[in-house]
Design a protein. Structure first.
Length: 318
């Protein structure tokens, strides 16, 4: 029996289920190998397009004549998710994908310049964490919608965005976290995932989040805040409630808030809410305008509450 060629790869490796018999290149992540096609990689990645054109160095390991490219530092599962996107386009068309898939596409999409894969992954994060109030108001419930939910995902989205410098999603992601976890203790504790691990924030992210919560809680009761009408609004001459019920409702809302403070910086005014039914139509209109103005001003300042640059300067890493 003839001995293997000196250029044949002789290591303890596992063959992935993604092993195309007509493949022309082998990618190796850790101890797992994937036999794929140069043409597919080059079509989607300038990195692999350029790599394909380079002459093979002496001693380049091969298998069945295919060069073996070591993807140093890359996780096997990340590579599987990337190749699944390249070889099965419907995979990317699903309404919701696991966050692990999106994270893999961001990491490897940026590292190897799989631009479309990267852009689609960032787009999913951005959809649920938009940069405009109109897009925020249009979000369906529950959060998130383009990413499969699990316990603690709101923490992990922030971590993923920070680690990959996707800064534009952070203001809204922080606000979502504060709405879902109403006390500072909850922010510090994090959430236990189904596998027993704990989703939590880094110290810097936690500092930004807690500081932002404190600023938002104060700002929402300012005269220009979304809840400023609790304190500063008074019925006008067009009020049709001669019995004072409009002012009484305002006072009751303020007392209820002071008894149980809650973050409502972006909450809208619902004229049909039970607590507002005693307010006359004219006063409801004025309150609604005050609330809408407060929400717009809060949104414009949302990044600043968390110590981030203004919306127009909040750029993602390419």
């Amino acid at each position: 029996m003839s001995s293997p060629s000196a250029t044949e790869k002789k290591t303890s490796t596992t063959r992935s289920t993604m092993w195309h018999s007509d493949g022309s290149v082998i990618l190796q992540a850790q101890d797992t190998q994937f036999r794929v096609h140069w043409s597919i990689l080059a079509l989607n990645s300038t990195f692999f397009r350029d790599l394909q054109g380079l002459p093979q160095p002496p001693g380049q390991p091969t298998i069945d004549g295919c060069p073996v490219i070591d993807l140093a530092g890359d996780d096997v599962t990340d590579v599987e998710y990337l190749l699944k996107a390249l070889y099965s386009p419907p995979f990317l068309c699903q309404k919701a994908l696991p966050l692990a898939v999106i994270a893999a596409h961001i990491r490897l999409g940026r590292k190897y310049d799989f631009r479309e894969v990267l852009d689609l992954a960032v787009e999913r994060l951005s959809f649920d964490n938009p940069t405009t109030l109109a897009e925020y108001d249009a979000l369906p419930a529950p959060y998130p919608t383009r990413i499969l939910p699990y316990d603690g995902i709101e923490f992990d989205i922030i971590t993923l965005a920070r680690e990959n410098a996707i800064m534009s999603v952070l203001p809204c992601a922080y606000y979502h976290l504060l709405i879902l976890h109403k006390t500072v203790d909850k922010l510090f504790e994090g959430v236990q995932r189904s596998d027993g691990s704990r989703a939590s924030l880094s110290l810097n992210a936690l500092r930004e989040c807690v500081s932002g919560r404190d600023k938002l809680m104060h700002a929402q009761l300012d005269q220009q805040g979304s809840c400023g009408w609790y304190r500063f609004w008074a019925p006008g001459s067009d009020c049709t409630n001669s019995n004072g019920r409009c002012a009484q409702t305002r006072d009751a809302r303020l007392r209820a808030y002071l008894d149980s403070p809650a973050l409502r910086a972006l909450a809208g005014f619902d004229p049909q809410h039970e607590a507002n039914k005693q307010v006359c139509s004219a006063c409801k209109h004025h309150i609604s305008q005050s609330n809408a103005d407060g929400r717009r001003k809060t949104w414009d300042r949302l990044p600043a509450f968390f110590g981030l640059p203004p919306w127009g300067e909040l750029k993602d890493q390419p």
